[in-house]
Design a binder for this molecule. Structure first.
Ligand SMILES: [Zn+2]
Length: 278
């Protein structure tokens, strides 16, 4: 792959700070403040700033209102910008309450709950590890190509009870299709003892709080601690865990805030030998 080095090639970014800054719900905002700036905060919480003034912010899918980005300029003045959140558009399915697939009268299952706690703890621990290396600055490539079978933010509402929204991008492709690293990263979790919902899972650390999770894999080709280059083969598509057919679920999080990978990607390349899926 071109540019498959460990040090990420920076993607083009705006050279001025827009006022107000505008970001969409579910967006990973990648921005730039003037060189030499320091002490960047969002609503008084510190945000990592690279030496050349680059930063990223994850905007929650349900974030609203105005926020404030502030920093100290090279000559010691304080600067601030209003950050305005614009609404995302989500696929919402309204279904009758009787179709909810959880039985509220089901007996508690302590064994399952203990297993689930161990799995979510492992996922949280993997996302708590983050390198200061700014791998996230690379322009993303598709980890696999195929039919988009699920989009970020979509949600089923049963009667008046919303189910959890879909927090990733689903790419349907034949069982065994290679999954590539969309940007460089460090493997923080690689488990082929399938998790009950996620199946075989890989979590990559892209630096400064950004992580990818790849779910439902049939095979895992990396191990924890591996440093992977952009475009490197990391696993194979499968249907392990809670899944109805072979596909890749790719979730992207910034400090645990779930963001949409799709707007960060170029047009999907047409791969030779790729089965059209529909
Ligand atoms: Zn999914």
């Amino acid at each position: 792959m071109a540019g498959a080095g460990i040090v990420a090639a920076a993607s083009p970014l705006p050279l001025v700070v827009a006022d107000p800054l505008v970001a969409r719900q579910g967006e990973l905002l990648r921005g730039l403040v003037p060189a030499g700036s320091r002490a960047l905060t969002l609503d008084d919480a510190p945000v990592t700033l690279t030496a050349d003034g680059r930063y990223m912010l994850g905007i929650d899918r349900d974030a609203t209102g105005d926020h404030q980005l502030a920093w100290v300029t090279q000559d010691g003045r304080s600067a601030r910008r209003r950050l305005t959140i614009t609404p995302g558009t989500w696929e919402i399915d309204h279904l009758p309450a009787r179709l909810v697939n959880q039985n509220p009268n089901a007996a508690p299952n302590p064994a399952w709950e203990a297993l689930r706690t161990a799995e979510t703890t492992a996922i949280k621990a993997a996302r708590a590890e983050t390198t200061p290396w700014p791998f996230w600055q690379a322009a993303l490539v598709w980890p696999a190509t195929g039919r988009i079978s699920g989009v970020f933010g979509s949600q089923r509402i049963y009667g008046d009870r919303p189910a959890a929204y879909h927090a990733g991008l689903d790419i349907a492709a034949p069982h065994g299709t290679i999954v590539k690293a969309p940007i460089p990263g460090i493997v923080r979790l690689a488990s082929d003892g399938p998790f009950s919902l996620e199946g075989n899972i890989i979590i990559l650390d892209h630096g400064q709080g950004l992580h990818s999770a790849f779910l439902h894999l049939s095979r895992i080709l990396v191990k924890p601690g591996d440093i992977v280059a952009q475009g490197q083969d990391i696993g194979r598509i499968g249907t392990t865990g809670r899944s109805t057919g072979p596909h890749l679920h790719w979730g992207l999080t910034w400090r645990g805030v779930k963001v949409d990978p799709l707007p960060l990607l170029p047009a999907m390349p047409t791969a030779e030998g790729q089965t059209a899926y529909d």
